[in-house]
Design a protein. Structure first.
Length: 392
């Protein structure tokens, strides 16, 4: 090619390249503007909660022993109800214990490990109480002088145990209690007690017992003295004779893509860590009294009601939940459960609102979320978080 031909070719190539680039730029702008307009007219959204278990049964809250009615005001840190709750939460199934022909034999073996034996060391025979509930009574006091009574469900392995500890000299002298450095020293006694029954749950988080929760729904071990045959709160371990220990299940920890403010087009990833709360906060359904025996500290009274959650179901079930405002309206309309209150007035100032899961004493098939309203003087109220149309 001559120099002239080369120059002309370069000019034409430059023109074609410029045209190509302009067309590409225009197409890019067209698609971006089109995508922007489409996003405005047809915004992306996440799928609705799958409600995999169908309509959920109502939460079986117990009858409240707190008298009302109450009027409520919001006095949270920012002066308003939370606006950033997800529009859905996961509902977990419970693991239901099934009857087994060896249940009674296994229970007899476990109870004998606690010292329910006769003078010859043979396991005491149980008496049938009702259905799967069986009772054991020590007719001969053990080496510590305690006469223990056990009521035990051989299927669920839940139980209550009582004794005559209030009249025992070793309890009143409290040597093994006052030798402890602090109230948490009673926790190993509870662990050993449950291990003897082979009943210490794997989902217990002892840090929740060892440390007071900021929201006040758990308690560290509590000190009591015995006055006129009754337990009264003690202020120091040097004057304590009995220690109450409550156990708590681990917080429910998961991540979830959910809508914000009931808007499925405004969604985000939520990292959730929700507590499990019980009917009478800050107390648990698994609580124990520890007192002095002749040679060591012993569990002298126990209430153990535990249910295991299936955190790895075959299907992850999500359910729509109420906004904080909807839950608050339910509370004001008397649709909540007043779990605790130590005050006397009927004006309740709500200082904290948070999501949790509820675990009661009645057998439940699902772990269902609730909205917790907290106020002064130990006020706690629970409102079911799942929307009404997803509940029976």
């Amino acid at each position: 090619m001559s120099l002239h031909d080369t120059t002309e070719f370069a000019k034409k190539a430059g023109i074609f390249l410029s045209i190509f680039l302009c067309v590409a730029l225009l197409l890019m702008i067209f698609f971006k503007v089109g995508g922007f307009i489409r996003a405005i007219l047809f915004p992306p959204k996440i799928s609705s909660p799958n409600e995999a278990y169908g309509k959920l049964p109502p939460i079986a809250f117990p009858k409240s022993n707190v008298t009302g009615p109450f009027t409520y005001s919001i006095n949270t840190l920012n002066g308003s109800l939370p606006q950033d709750l997800p529009d859905r939460l996961i509902v977990y199934p419970m693991i239901i214990s099934e009857p087994n022909l060896l249940d009674l034999k296994n229970a007899e073996s476990a109870i004998s490990n606690l010292g329910f034996v006769d003078s010859s060391g043979n396991p005491l025979p149980p008496s049938s109480v009702s259905g799967p509930d069986y009772g054991w009574i020590e007719t001969t006091p053990d080496g510590n002088g305690f006469e223990n009574t056990m009521n035990y469900n051989i299927i669920t392995q839940n139980f209550t145990m009582t004794s005559n500890y209030l009249t025992q000299l070793s309890v009143l002298q409290a040597q093994n209690i006052q030798d402890m450095n602090d109230p948490t020293g009673a926790i190993p006694t509870v662990q050993n007690f449950l291990n003897s029954l082979d009943a210490f749950p794997t989902d217990i988080d002892l840090t929740l017992t060892q440390n007071q929760s900021q929201s006040g729904y758990t308690t560290i071990p509590l000190l009591y003295s015995v006055t006129a045959g009754q337990l009264t709160p003690a202020t120091a371990i040097a004057t304590a004779q009995v220690i109450r220990v409550d156990l708590y299940q681990s917080e429910v920890d998961y991540s979830l893509t959910a809508g914000q403010g009931q808007d499925p087009t405004q969604f985000a990833n939520f990292d959730l860590k929700l507590p499990i709360v019980y009917p009478h906060p800050p107390y648990s359904t698994m609580n124990f009294l520890v007192a002095s025996g002749q040679n060591q500290a012993n569990v002298v009274e126990a209430n153990f009601n535990h249910q295991t959650v299936n955190f790895q179901p075959s299907t992850q079930a999500t359910y729509p939940i109420k906004t904080a405002q909807q839950a608050f309206d339910d509370l004001k309309n008397g649709k909540g459960y007043i779990a605790s209150y130590t005050g006397t007035g009927n004006q309740i100032s709500i200082t904290n609102v948070f999501l949790a899961y509820y675990m009661g004493t009645a057998q439940q098939n699902y772990l269902i979320p609730i909205v917790v309203f907290q106020g002064q003087n130990g006020f706690f109220a629970y409102v079911p978080a799942v929307t009404d149309d997803a509940m029976e």
